[in-house]
Design a protein. Structure first.
Length: 318
């Protein structure tokens, strides 16, 4: 077999081979492959029987149905040995499949092991940021197995619900951390983009709405901020979303600011203009800080108010 079968679950579920959909005659066949695709160890036959035929009249009947189903799936796959089974367990041949959800799990777990070693707002190492970016870009739509048509089975429904919740929670954590990283570095458009992806997955998360509105405000993207506020207010009126007091206060604040410069995207809150002060005489400190960052070591910066942010901006532009 020249190339693997692709099972894509991060979005609408599909099975393809050689860039073409792989036809499966029954929903049960697809469901079994979807389930096996996410298992890292061979699955006991008893678990598969309970998952798909929990109402079978006897263990013998359930085993017979599983045996027949496996035989039919083998005839529909490009090669029969892609499905490995013995008397006790069933699995997919590791080198015969490319599974986006499995790749995402590996990247997410590796990223989270590294993230716990960093302070919550510390900038990400480039290798870690790239790993996280690759993970979230595997998602073709905001929801795991979106719109999947599974056979009626309480076991399958329970598995799908719990797996979807777990996978989407991992996805959201990575998106939020990427947004936080770009915010710290002053990359506000990129930070807002990550939050918009997160809200597509979790549209009723008030903390995410507040962060996005705040980022749009920082960029003076008034029309987008006001449009987003109107969107969540309509959702609240329709009973889909509850506006918290904090969100109501933020909406009022943004409207007041936008009213001062409705046609000027470059306007700022009245006050003294900001001045970009060059960093001079701190080459040695910058070098030490860069070395500490590469080791994922914490940085403690003392100075006047605002000096920490000033130092950060020069550190990550160096």
């Amino acid at each position: 077999m020249s190339e693997p079968v692709r099972i894509l679950l991060l979005g609408p579920s599909t099975i393809t081979y050689a860039d073409a959909p792989l036809k499966m005659s029954r929903r049960t066949h697809r469901a079994l492959l979807y389930y096996l695709a996410l298992q890292r160890q061979p699955v006991p036959r008893s678990i598969l029987i309970n998952l798909l035929w929990q109402n079978a009249s006897s263990d013998t009947t359930g085993r017979s149905r599983l045996r027949e189903t496996l035989a039919r799936i083998r005839t529909e796959l490009p090669a029969g040995d892609l499905l490995e089974a013995d008397r006790d367990a069933v699995s997919l041949r590791a080198d015969g499949f490319e599974i986006d959800a499995r790749r995402f799990q590996t990247l997410a777990e590796e990223s989270e092991r590294l993230l716990v070693q960093l302070l919550p707002s510390a900038p990400l190492m480039e290798s870690l940021r790239s790993k996280m970016t690759e993970a979230v870009q595997l998602w073709r739509s905001p929801h795991f197995m979106e719109g999947v048509d599974l056979p009626e089975s309480e076991g399958l429904e329970t598995w799908l619900r719990s797996t979807r919740q777990h996978m989407e929670a991992q996805y959201l954590r990575l998106l939020e951390r990427l947004s936080e990283n770009d915010t710290v570095l002053g990359n506000f458009p990129a930070a807002a983009g990550w939050l918009q992806k997160a809200l597509a997955c979790d549209p009723y998360n008030d903390a995410l709405h507040a962060r996005l509105i705040g980022l749009l405000e920082q960029q003076n993207r008034w029309s987008e901020a006001l449009s987003h506020i109107q969107h969540i207010e309509r959702s609240s009126e329709d009973g889909l979303f509850e506006l918290t007091p904090a969100l109501k206060d933020l909406a009022l604040h943004v409207r007041e600011r936008a009213a001062l410069a409705p046609d000027n995207p470059d306007a700022r809150w009245p006050g003294r203009p900001s001045v970009r002060v060059p960093m001079t005489g701190r080459a040695a400190e910058l070098k030490q800080a860069q070395a500490a960052w590469q080791r994922s070591a914490p940085l403690l910066i003392f100075g006047e108010a605002g000096s920490g942010m000033h130092f950060h901006q020069h550190l990550f532009k160096a």
